[in-house]
Design a protein around this ligand. Structure first.
Ligand code: AMP
Length: 304
């Protein structure tokens, strides 16, 4: 089967027109409720992103990817400048996964007048100040601002509806964008995509390439600690967070930043009282640690 090359749109108007045309075609062909699946990304796509495209392709009539390196979500200029950019390769990957449209605007198109714009930005509130937000101030405000703009630009015309795909890998981001849609009444269905792990258990991340064999071994402490907690919850036992933290710390040179059990929707840490008994409700274990030379995050849903 030859795959149709994904169409490129570099302006909001072009993207809206392409989406509207495809929706009109689907309606004319008898589809009374077409769905559009959006996969927002910063590009430099690899097969770890593939899970999002596969799920979006399986669940929707039209698949749109956005590729935009968002300056608002970087806390260091240097990181932003060095972020890998390769639109041709991204177009190829999206095509390979059956995506239809790629929206890839430049910075001045997204934020005319940047860096003096945008004046009006979205705040992620308290959810954006904890965990990853504590070590990257302003990061989640930048994520919310760009995601709200992408939804507004790429919202399909009725009768089509929009679904937006986010990886469970970034659990805090997923919880925050879910709240963003609710709190600002944006008509988008948030679809979480399961975290993709290497056979060793390590969560796939573009940062893993910087780990040598030793680092890979040490990094396994994160997923081992999460599995340890998940097993306790499945077995109806009380969770032992301290023992889980020790699993990570037992690896030399690994610095644990946090390992906490939180409410998956609000990210509020569970109270001592709730943790003193076997968990009765689903909870989320979040972990971050420095495994030199990188900082890794991982998480797992704990289901009784
Ligand atoms: P990025 O381009 O790095 O901002 O990532 C785009 C999307 O891919 C985000 O929703 C991430 O959560 C998701 N993603 C990255 N790595 C993984 C993974 N190992 N498993 C599932 N989703 C992922």
């Amino acid at each position: 089967m030859t795959l149709q090359q994904a169409q490129l749109a570099t302006t909001a108007t072009a993207a809206k027109t392409q989406i509207a045309d495809k929706v009109a075609e689907l309606v004319a062909a008898g589809n009374s409720a077409p769905t559009v699946g959006l996969v927002p990304t910063m590009g430099a796509l690899h097969d770890g992103h593939g899970a999002l495209f596969e799920q979006a392709r399986a669940e929707n009539d039209l698949v749109v990817a956005s590729v935009f390196v968002n300056p608002l979500q970087f806390d260091r200029d240097e990181d932003y400048e060095h972020y890998p950019r390769d639109l041709d390769a991204d177009m190829e990957l999206v095509t390979r996964y059956g995506g239809d449209i790629v929206f890839a605007p430049d910075t001045q198109h997204m934020y005319p007048g940047y860096p003096d714009a945008p004046q009006i930005r979205v705040s992620a509130g308290q959810m954006g100040r904890v965990f990853e937000g504590a070590s990257r101030p302003g990061h989640f405000d930048g994520v919310c601002t760009v995601v709200a703009k992408l939804w507004n630009i790429l919202m399909p015309p009725a009768p089509a509806t929009l679904r937006s795909y986010f990886g469970q890998k970034d659990a805090q981001q997923l919880a925050i964008v879910t709240r963003l849609a609710q709190d600002l009444n944006i008509d988008v269905d948030i679809r979480p995509v399961d975290l993709v792990r290497a056979p060793s258990g390590l969560a796939l991340s573009s940062r893993n390439v910087r780990l040598d064999d030793h680092g890979m071994e040490k990094a396994l402490g994160l997923s081992q600690a999460l599995h340890y907690l998940a097993d306790q919850v499945t077995n109806g036992e009380r969770v032992d967070i301290d023992a889980a933290r020790d699993i990570i710390r037992s690896h030399e040179h690994v610095e644990l930043d946090y390992l906490e059990i939180v409410d998956p929707a609000t990210l509020a840490p569970l109270s001592e009282e709730l943790l003193a008994r076997p968990l009765a409700h689903e909870a989320l274990a979040l972990v971050a640690a420095r495994v030199p030379p990188v900082r890794l995050i991982d998480n797992m849903l704990l289901a009784p």
